[in-house]
Write a protein that binds this ligand. Structure first.
Ligand code: ZN
Length: 103
């Protein structure tokens, strides 16, 4: 991870924002300006205002956090004779920008 990566902070850990289409790290388009610059993936033409990109990345991270809990509950239920789990375990909508949740 380089200093140029555009990251959001989740629980004190910084995670790079990725293009939701090709999963490449997003970068500033033109001048790097966290207050109003454009950020995105040139290859996919997936570009938006940096604040919008950050908001979409946070939304993805929230969804992913919930899904991770659901997957754990599902796996627990799988090993249990008395528990069943019917919740959502994968994203049900497309995210333009996602977050690399791996550390
Ligand atoms: Zn892309």
């Amino acid at each position: 991870m380089s200093d140029d990566d555009i990251c959001i902070n989740i629980s004190g850990i910084s995670h790079p924002i990725l293009c939701g289409t090709c999963k490449a790290k997003v970068a500033f388009i033109g001048e790097a300006n966290v207050d109003g610059g454009d950020v995105g993936c040139v290859d996919c033409g997936n570009i938006a205002d940096v604040q919008q990109v950050a908001a979409m990345a946070v939304e993805y991270a929230k969804d992913e956090g919930q899904l991770m809990l659901n997957r754990m509950a599902r796996d627990t239920a799988k090993n249990s004779k008395i528990m069943t789990f019917n919740g959502q375990t994968s994203h049900n909508k497309a995210h333009r920008f996602v977050v690399d949740m791996k550390l």
